[in-house]
Every structure is written in C-alpha cells, then in structure tokens.
Design a protein around this ligand. Structure first.
Ligand code: GDP
Ligand code: MN
Length: 386
C-alpha cells in the first residue's frame, strides 16, 4: 500500500529522521495558516498524490512570499497532475504539503527494499540524487551503491561503512549518516515496508541532512498487525474497482485487456490469464473469488467486471471444490439476470456437482456459452472479443 509523502514524513519524525518543518492542507485557507505558523520564506508547495515525478509535472513549487504561496497553492490544489508516473490521465490533487524550503547543497538518493531473489533487504544509495535518478540508473549503474542486509543479522557497521565510503561522505559527517541509516532500517523492518525511498536526501548548506522527499510503500499483507498505519490508506488514490472488490473480500486486480474473467483460486486464475493470452487475447483483470465463494460474491464479482468499460467478453473458469458447481451456477444465473450482462459469457466448469450445475445453466434460458475445457473456453472468448 502506497502512502502519501506527508504521511511518510510523519513516520520519519517518529524515528527522528530529519524532515523539513511543514503541514498538510486540503484548502487554501489551511495552507495559509500553516505558512503563517512557519513564517520563514521561501516555502514549498507540494502536491500529495501516490505517484512520483511531481517536480517534472509542475506539482512542486517554491513560494517566495505569502502572496506567491497563495497563488501556487491555488494552482496545485484541484489540478489534475500528470507526471511520468501517473499515466496520461493524471491524478487529482486533493491535498498539498506546505514546507519550509531546504537550502540544498547536494542531492543524494537513498532507498531500502526487499530483494526476493536473495531474501535480503537491499539498501541503494547514490550521490547523483534528484529528479533524474532513473536516468542515472539506466546510463551509469555503477553510480548506484547496493548493499544487501540479511534480515536475520540486521544492519551491521560494515554495511554502513560500505555505503558511506561509496558515497564519499566526509569523516565528520559519518555519525549523522550512520544514525540516519540505522533509523531508516529500523523503520523499514518495524513497519513491514515494501519500499522506503528518500530522493532527494539533501545535504544542506550547514552540512546537516534533510529528507526533502519521502516515499513509503507498506506491505499490504502485513497491515493487519499495524493498526496505526491503516489510517494512512487513501481510497481516492486507489483504482475504484479494486477498492470495491476489497469491500466484498474479492481478490481483484485490474488489467488493461478486454477479457473479463472470474476464477476460484489464485493458481487457477493465473493459469486462466495465461491461457487467455495464449489464445491471442488479453485479460482485463485478475479475479479470484476464493475457494469458499458464495453466490453473493459471484454476483459482486460480476458487477465489478461489468463496470469496466473495456470488457468485451467474460470467461468464467471454476473448479468446483468447496464452492460446488450447482451453487456457482445458481449464482451466475442470478447475477446475469440482475446485472443485465451485455457481453458474451463463456463458462467452463468442472468438479463437485458439475452435472447439476450444467443443468441449471442450460435451464436458465440465458445466452451462455459453455466450453468443454479451458483451452476451448479461451479460444471461444478470444474469438468473440477479437
Ligand atoms: P518528486 O518530483 O515527486 O520526486 O518530488 P520531490 O519532492 O523530490 O521534489 C522534486 C524536486 O523539487 C526535488 O528534486 C528538488 O530539486 C526540488 N525541491 C523539492 N523541495 C525543495 C526545497 O525545499 N527546496 C528546493 N530548493 N528545492 C526543492
Ligand atoms: Mn523525489
């Protein structure tokens, strides 16, 4: 789960990681109140959206005085911000962070993320931080220092030394850096993060460190044990279909194709998406209704698939185990009647009570296309959406 910069900075403060003074505002009046409290210009106005590259898209602006702050806030609040990471549709800015501007002498890059391949936490650092880090990573990968930390051992002094020597940190600055790295590592582990990134990590004119930007992704599967972090969820930033699916306890991921599909079991769902692609079509979603799905969940699944305007056909692929085929078939019939399905529906069903299930479908009077196996179903649906 992604969180906003202002929320990430709240977490940083808890771990004594230095961040600029500031506050978040949803209106111009709130922004001015924060500015008046800080009252040390220049200030920065920063769009709060779950995407990076805001600087390049015009979502980060400096204000030299109160009047300018009001003007920049008016510009950014409510704008649809398009950045290299938002896609062409952009994101609506509903909040801004008002902060004291940093006096920047150097911009560095620092991030932590889990590396599945080595089962370690990788710390990445670069002295070439700032807005073009992606370019640096692509063209000068040797400018990026990577250190892997075994989570069972934790962060050791030798890890820290490798990062600091790699960045060319002066000896009198090392204590400050070590403290920052230790705090970040602790934050990462204690909050079950999937990513912590500071870009830029600024060395101010005075030599002190400051996290000018903050990006955190939390592991959604670990959120249940962090009651304090759940409030950071921002439904406005989520895909509306995915948010709705979560309400109904459905595992749904929206994709860009046009074959909607509903499957029980994540493994079968993956196989279904593969076979759709193999048949020459593209899945519009991943949807696992789960082994113990009810007829009501099937109906909700339908509703979500059908609300996606890209969907031209639906492939239902069910193995009746805990969810019996007759229950599923009744659910499908109910749902199709209720949702007025306007696209072709291909069904492949096997397992417990499959004969009763097929009979329910056949007797329903609905235009359903049945398939003998997965490959047959995929071929049929692919042909219909072509
Ligand atoms: P991002 O573009 O979404 O990653 O947003 P950032 O918070 O990283 O801001 C983009 C860029 O704006 C940074 O790389 C800085 O160069 C600049 N910037 C951000 N905050 C400040 C600040 O307080 N002072 C100055 N001088 N520049 C800033
Ligand atoms: Mn940044």
């Amino acid at each position: 789960m992604k969180i906003h910069e202002y929320q990430a900075k709240e977490l940083f403060r808890r771990y004594a990681i230095p961040v600029p003074e500031g506050g978040v505002a949803a209106t111009v009046a709130e922004a001015l109140a924060i500015a008046d409290e800080i009252n040390a210009y220049p200030l920065v106005v920063k769009a709060q959206i779950h995407a990076g590259g805001r600087g390049k898209g015009g979502g980060v602006k400096l204000a030299a005085d109160r009047e300018e702050l009001q003007q920049k806030t008016c510009e950014i609040l409510g704008m649809t911000l398009v950045t290299p990471q938002t896609g062409p549709e952009g994101r609506l800015v509903q909040k801004v962070l008002i902060e004291q501007a940093a006096d920047i002498s150097r911009e560095l890059y620092l991030s932590l993320l889990p590396d599945r391949a080595t089962a370690t936490i990788v710390i990445m650092a670069s002295s070439a931080g700032g807005m073009d880090i992606e370019h640096t990573a692509a063209t000068m990968p040797d400018k990026i220092i990577k250190v892997s930390v075994n989570p069972l051992q934790g962060l050791q002094p030798h890890h820290i030394r490798r990062i600091l020597f790699g960045l060319g940190i002066a000896p009198d600055m090392m204590k400050q850096w070590s403290a920052l790295l230790a705090a970040l590592y602790r934050l990462f582990v204690e909050n079950d993060c999937a990513l912590v990134e500071i870009n830029p990590l600024v060395v101010a004119g005075s030599g002190s460190l400051l996290a000018v930007d903050a990006k955190i992704e939390l592991d959604a599967n670990a959120l249940f044990r962090h009651a304090d972090l759940q409030k950071y969820r921002d439904v406005n930033e989520e895909d509306p279909f995915e948010a709705k699916a979560r309400e109904y306890n459905l595992n749904y991921i929206r994709l860009s194709g046009n074959v909607g599909n509903m499957v029980n079991g994540a493994g079968l769902a993956m196989a279904t998406m593969d076979i759709i692609k193999q048949a020459g079509a593209e899945p519009a979603n991943f949807l696992d209704v789960g082994g113990g799905a009810t007829a009501a969940m099937v109906e909700k699944g339908f509703e979500i698939i059908l609300s996606d305007p890209n969907v031209r056909g639906i492939f239902i692929n069910i193995f009746g185990g805990i969810l019996r085929c007759d229950v599923l078939a009744s659910g499908i019939v109910e749902a199709v009647k209720k949702c007025s399905v306007t696209v072709p529906l291909v069904i492949r069903m096997e397992g417990t009570n499959v004969e009763q299930g097929r009979k329910i479908l056949a007797d329903s009077g609905l235009q359903l296309i049945t398939a003998v196996d997965m490959a047959d179903a995929a071929a049929k649906v692919a042909e219909m959406v072509a």
